[in-house]
Write a protein that binds this ligand. Structure first.
Ligand code: PHE
Length: 342
C-alpha cells in the first residue's frame, strides 16, 4: 500500500496528477481514510497496532506529497526562468525623437528677440468679429481692402443675430484688443495664425504672422526703424542688415511703409545683408488716429507704430526653403531634409 502510493507520487507529472493521488489515498473517500474507518470494528490490541501503522503510512504519504508538490513548483519556476530570461546587456531599440515644427521654432525665436526689446505677447481669437478684423482698423464695409483680403466668412444659421465673424485675415485686430485691454503706453507683439483664400508656392490658406505695436507719448518712425533693424540683425544673425522703407498704403497706418531687406540670390542661394536684391518682409507704419480711437486711446496724446510680418515667410528666408506649402504637409522626409526632425 505504502510503496504503491509513494511510486504514484514520484510519477505524478504535474499538480493535477498529484492531487489525484492525494484524493485516492488521503481524501475523505480515499483508501487510507477507508482503512481508518475500519479501525472501530477491531479488537483493542489489533486497533492499536494497525492504527499506529496506518498513521505512519498516512504521515509518510503526506510528507511525500508535500515534497513532490514543492519539487514540481520549483521545476515549473525553473522552466519559466529558462524561457523568459532577458539579456539586460542588449542595446535598446532606437526610437525616433519628436521635434518642434520649424514654424513654431521661428515663432519662439521671434518672440524671444522682441521680449529682449521689452515687447510682451498679446493674443486674440482666430475666429474674429468682422469689427475687429476690419472696421476698427479703418476698413469700413465698402472699403476695397476687404476684397483684397480673400476672407473666409463664418457661416451663419438663419436667425443668428450675433455680429458677423471671419477667420482673421491678419494679426492686426490684436492691436485693437491689446489697446482695449491694456491702454497706453503699451508695447506688444501678437504672433498667431491667420487665414486667406490663397494657395500657391508662397501662399497657403492658413499661415502665420507676428504683429508688433508700440504706443507712447513720442513714438516715431525712427523707433520703428531701429526696432526692425535690431530684430533682423538678431533673427538673420548678420551685423550688416540694411532695410529699405518703401512708401505704401494700409488703411490702419499713416504714413505706411513696406519694408524690404537687402539680399543676394547667388546661384539660387539667398544671402541676407549683402547684394543687389531687395526682398519684401513686412508691412508697417504709424498707427492711424482712427485705430487708436477704436482702441480707446486719445490720438492727441499718444502715437504709435505697428508692423505685421509673415512668420512662414521669414522662416523660408532663414532656412532657404523654396515652397511654403511643404511646411504644412507633415512630410517627415522633408522635415529631416531641413534638419527639423531626427
Ligand atoms: N496687416 C497687414 C497685412 O496683413 C500688415 C501690417 C500690419 C501693416 C501693421 C501695417 C501695420 O498685410
Amino acid at each position: 500500500l505504502r510503496s504503491a502510493y509513494l511510486t504514484r507520487i514520484a510519477d505524478a507529472a504535474d499538480a493535477p496528477a498529484l492531487e489525484e493521488v492525494r484524493l485516492a489515498a488521503l481524501g475523505k473517500k480515499g483508501e487510507i481514510s477507508g482503512k481508518m474507518k475500519e479501525l472501530g470494528k477491531m479488537s483493542p490490541e489489533e486497533r492499536q497496532t494497525t492504527g499506529a501503522a496506518l498513521n505512519r503510512v498516512r504521515d509518510e504519504i503526506d510528507a511525500a506529497l508535500r515534497a513532490r508538490r514543492e519539487g514540481l513548483e520549483n521545476a515549473a519556476l525553473d522552466a519559466r526562468l529558462a524561457a523568459e530570461w532577458l539579456d539586460v546587456t542588449l542595446p535598446g531599440r532606437p526610437r525616433r525623437q519628436g521635434s518642434i515644427h520649424p514654424v513654431s521654432q521661428v515663432m519662439e525665436e521671434v518672440t524671444e528677440i522682441f521680449a529682449d526689446m521689452g515687447f510682451a505677447v498679446a493674443e486674440g481669437p482666430q475666429v474674429e468679429s468682422d469689427w475687429f478684423n476690419f472696421d476698427a482698423l479703418n476698413i469700413p464695409p465698402e472699403h476695397p481692402a476687404r476684397q483684397e483680403h480673400d476672407t473666409f466668412f463664418m457661416a451663419r444659421a438663419e436667425g443668428d443675430d450675433r455680429p458677423p465673424h471671419v477667420l482673421r485675415t491678419h494679426t492686426s485686430p490684436v492691436q485693437v484688443r491689446a489697446m482695449l485691454d491694456q491702454g497706453a503706453p503699451v508695447r506688444v507683439i501678437a504672433p498667431g495664425r491667420v487665414y486667406r483664400m490663397d494657395m500657391d508656392q508662397t501662399h497657403t490658406p492658413m499661415f502665420h504672422q507676428v504683429e508688433g505695436m508700440a504706443i507712447g507719448k513720442d513714438i516715431s518712425m525712427a523707433n520703428l526703424k531701429w526696432t526692425l533693424e535690431e530684430f533682423c540683425r538678431a533673427f538673420f544673425e548678420v551685423d550688416n542688415v540694411e532695410l529699405r522703407f518703401r512708401a505704401s498704403h494700409f488703411p490702419f497706418t499713416e504714413p505706411s511703409a513696406e519694408v524690404d531687406i537687402r539680399c543676394s540670390w547667388e546661384g539660387g542661394k539667398l544671402t541676407i545683408g549683402e547684394g543687389e536684391s531687395w526682398l519684401e518682409i513686412l508691412g508697417s507704419g504709424m498707427m492711424h488716429p482712427k485705430v487708436l480711437r477704436a482702441g480707446g486711446i486719445d490720438p492727441d496724446q499718444w502715437q504709435g507704430f505697428a508692423f505685421g510680418m509673415g512668420i512662414d515667410r521669414i522662416a523660408m528666408l532663414k532656412y532657404g526653403i523654396p515652397d511654403l506649402r511643404a511646411f504644412f504637409e507633415s512630410d517627415l522626409r522633408w522635415l529631416r531634409h531641413y534638419g527639423f526632425a531626427a
